[in-house]
Write a protein that binds this ligand. Structure first.
Ligand code: 5AD
Ligand code: SF4
Length: 455
């Protein structure tokens, strides 16, 4: 079979990155190889995000760029997958006349089928939804030789319906994959050299739970148990997970870090706001006190634990006082990192109809204030690591200086470190001790401890 080429662009969250890996996996079974040159591609695939308006606009401009290529090469297929595809469906085919395939979030495994249909019968939109996971849905994995890290989806969808969020509308109801399937995927990844897996779900803490009013869909194992099962896979040295919902993070899970050394010392715990009134309007199911208690408990149990968060500024009704409360929480809790966003009105969500929408000017001002404060905190916390020895997974090597390597600590900081002995440097995927010598706003610098004797 003649090899075909796919050019893939991915926007959005880690869930989308995971879906892109699956798309490439299914496509490789149909003899597609990835290219980084769109002009050489037989298929251009854009995996889209609609969590904020800006992300959605990027899709239209990205798709527009490829329109001319298609005019030059009529056999070229252009496909849009992901959240925008799920949400807009047929509407995308109407809006973009050069588009061949629209592939929803629950149809990733049908990419090859969709391309065939488009070749035989013309343009196609596949955006079916179902409550149960199709047995084939996660049947592809893409283990690239040389990759030391991989994402593994453990569930899909979300049942929380936070007032601002489009995800439950684009990714459907929560459903968990059977644990045996997840473990065997991790085993296959380990066999190709993967050393670190990140388990993915919108709300991993509710993995395997029987939801109220639903008897089907229980997989008999909860999230802490799943983590234990994954951590014992031979060859896997590190396990991470995202995202934890603060209302669902349990004492059992918090206790697990002491028991399970492979579990990385990092939790991403989206706070969203420091004002309990705003949290209530968002429908988050916790107060600031509940959140801060959980945060402090994690830090008290594990002083080296990194906690990162997400914050939305300018949610409808957010007053100056509410924003002040968010700033107080930022300054008191001192997160290792904060991903902050201006509230973006998403069609079909509850908050889109709320009174008190905040002007873009005020949102921009609040975002700047928050980001400036957090930049200093992240830098300060990085500086506190200088002088310590940190276990680092070796992920890459500098192109400019072969003695410089790049890795990540258990607490998810990037470390660039030097190994003076060129001939016997560390290997990719190895976990080495790095002595941290300098801190930067977004990374650390250090020396491989084995090489200290050479300095
Ligand atoms: N506007 C702004 N930010 C949003 N997020 C989700 N929906 C919106 C929205 N409508 C943010 C939340 C979430 C992160 C992935 O994206 O902070 O945790
Ligand atoms: Fe969106 Fe809330 Fe679900 Fe997260 S928990 S995906 S913010 S609805």
């Amino acid at each position: 079979m003649v090899e075909k080429r796919v050019y893939l662009e991915t926007y959005g969250c880690q869930m989308n990155v995971g879906d892109s890996e699956r798309l490439l996996g299914f496509l490789s079974e149909a003899n597609y190889a990835e290219t980084d040159d769109p002009s050489k591609a037989d298929l251009i695939l854009i995996n889209t995000c609609s969590v904020r308006d800006k992300a959605e606009h990027k899709v239209y401009s990205a798709a527009g760029r490829y329109r001319e290529l298609k005019a030059l090469k009529p056999a070229l297929k252009i496909a849009i997958a992901g959240c925008v595809a799920q949400q807009k469906g047929e509407g995308l085919l109407k809006r973009l006349p050069f588009l061949d395939v629209v592939l929803g979030t629950q149809s990733v495994h049908r990419i090859v089928d969709a391309l065939e249909q488009a070749s035989n019968n013309g343009r196609v939109a596949m955006t079916g939804e179902s409550d149960a996971i199709d047995p084939d849905e996660f049947a592809s994995i893409r283990a690239r030789k040389g990759d030391v890290k991989a994402f593994v989806s453990i569930m899909r969808g979300c049942d929380n319906f936070c007032a601002y969020c489009i995800v439950p509308h684009t990714r459907g109801r929560e459903a968990s994959r059977p644990p045996g399937e997840i473990v065997s995927e991790v085993e296959r990844l380990a066999a190709t050299g993967v050393r670190e897996v990140t388990l993915l779900g919108q709300n991993v803490n509710s993995y395997g739970l029987k939801r109220a009013g639903r008897t089907e869909g229980s997989v008999g194992v909860g999230f802490p148990e799943l983590l234990r099962m994954v951590a014992v896979v031979e060859g896997i040295e590190r396990v991470r997970f995202v995202t934890s919902h603060p209302k669902d993070i349990s004492d059992e899970l918090m206790g697990l870090f002491a028991e399970e050394p492979k579990l990385c010392r990092h939790v991403h715990l989206p706070m969203q706001s420091g004002s309990t009134a705003v949290l209530e309007a968002m429908g988050r199911g916790y107060t600031l006190k509940d959140y801060a208690d959980k945060f402090r408990k994690l830090k008290a149990l594990y002083p080296d634990m990194a906690v990162t968060t997400d914050v939305i500024v300018g949610f409808p009704g957010e007053t100056d006082e509410d924003f002040e409360l968010t700033m107080e929480a930022i300054n008191e809790l001192r997160f290792d990192n904060v991903f902050s966003f201006k509230y973006s009105k998403r069609p079909g969500t509850r908050a889109a109809g709320f009174q008190g929408q905040v002007s873009d000017e005020v949102k921009a001002e609040r975002l700047t204030t928050l980001q400036a404060a957090q930049r200093d905190i992240t830098f300060e916390l990085n500086k506190e690591r200088v002088g310590s020895r940190m276990k680092t997974l070796v992920e890459g090597r500098s192109r400019n200086d072969s003695r410089v390597y790049m890795g990540r600590t258990s607490c998810n900081r990037i470390v660039n470190f030097t190994s003076y002995d060129d001939a016997s440097g560390p290997t990719m995927g190895e976990i080495v001790d790095v002595d941290v010598t300098d801190a930067y706003p977004n990374s650390l610098r250090g020396v491989w401890s084995k090489d200290l004797r050479l300095c």
